[in-house]
Every structure is written in C-alpha cells, then in structure tokens.
Design a protein around this ligand. Sequence first.
Ligand code: UDP
Length: 250
Amino acid sequence: MARNGTAYKRILLKLSGEALKAPGAESGIDAEAIAGVAERIRKVVESGVQVALVVGAGNIFRGLPASRNGMARVTADSMGMMATVINALGLQDALEAAGVPAQIQTPFPMPGIGEAFDHRRAIAHLETGRVVIFAGGTGHPFFTTDTTAALRACEIGADAIFKATKVDGVYSADPHKDPQARRYSQLAYTDALQKRLQVMDSSAFSLCMDNDIPIVVFNFSRPGGISRALSGDLASATIVGHGETLAETE
Ligand code: UDP
C-alpha cells in the first residue's frame, strides 16, 4: 500500500470528452462541468496520488463518424486530435483555478500550448504534484484516446488506468436492456475478451493486458466515486486485470 492509503501511487485517468459537457447537452464544454471535474481531481491529488490525464474529444469532434460522412479519415482524425487539445486547455485552466498546477504535453510540437511529450519530464512533473495532461492523442490517426491512455500508462509506469464512465463498472450485458445483466467487481482480462465485453477498444485493451496494467472502470458521476475506487471499494467500479472474475450474484 502506498503512503496515500491506497494501492495506487500513480494513475492514468482517462476522461471522455463527454465528461466536460453540460448535462443533457449534445456537445460543447460547460464551465460548471469542467470545474466539477477539476475539483474531483484536486481531491485525488491532495490525497497524495499522482495523476496523469488523457482526455478525449467526443464532446467536440470524433474522426470516425466524420469520415463515414465523406471526410478523409486522416484529416478527420487530425481534427479529433486537435479537439482533445481544446479540452486539455479547458482542463488545465480549471485545474489551475482549483489550485492544482497542470502541464500539457502533446505528441506534436505546439509551443505556447504545451511541451513535447517526454516520459521522463512527465514523471518529474508528477513527482512534484503537477497533473500532466496528455493532449493530442497518440499523434496518429486511426487510434483513440483509450489507446493513448494505455500507451501513456505504460510509458510513465502508471499503476492502473482509471477509466471514467457514467456506469458502475462493467456488466455482463447492457443493464438498461437486460434485467439479467450482472455487474462485475473483478474481471479477468481473458474473460473480458472471451465474453466480448467492450472495456476499451481492442488495441487499448491488448496493450494493458500485455503490460499488466489494470483497468479500473468506475462511475465518475457519483460523488466520491473515484476516491472509493482508489481505496479499493468496488461497489461502483470494476477492476480488470489478471485476477479472477467476480460477478454480483443478485
Ligand atoms: N484521435 C486520433 N488518434 C489518437 C487519439 C484520438 O486520431 O491517438 C482522434 C479520433 O478521431 C477520435 C478523436 O480524436 O475520434 C477523439 O478521441 P476519442 O474518440 O477517443 O474521444 P472520447 O470518445 O474519449 O471522448
């Protein structure tokens, strides 16, 4: 157990762009929503856990649907990556307003916005209590920010990826459609693959599995959800790793 009372010293928090929208809105960045996100991250940082962030862009632009509507995929994905930078700037601003210093790193040069990705510098920032925001995805089209999260987690030696969602973890089926759906508190990587449970996209998932990075899928919209998941309380979270699979029996 690390000095902060949790099993985690350094985490990679993956936020979808959706976390920055106003409730019920189709798109955009909402001041209250982003301040709420920053406040939750502040509490985690103050508990002594090092936090690196990867943010998506589903609240602004995603490449794949745009390419299905006729746009060149590489261009559409570049737009998606730029949109993650917009979200990262919003998060940096909100974190700093909450008193948490935050550094943006990008995979392509963006002087004036952030520094170039460098895993050693990222670790040094984390060790001084800064949040590092990995913006711009992997810098390559055809990937997602889930894959970015998996890759950066490996590069900085994170103890786990915390994937923020609006549900209480991973279910055997969609709980909104299937009353028999059971929630897992623990899930073996191999069972997730066998049962085709979509924890993350397949490239992201394999990177985690091959490099022994646990994925904690947790409900970020619940007050205290992340702190509880960090302390090992899996009442509204699922940990995916090499351990056994445990499902709720109800
Ligand atoms: N993207 C990309 N390469 C990456 C990461 C992201 O091309 O390494 C683009 C892709 O178009 C994607 C968009 O950025 O749709 C936004 O990321 P994502 O869909 O993962 O956002 P989220 O669903 O997490 O909000």
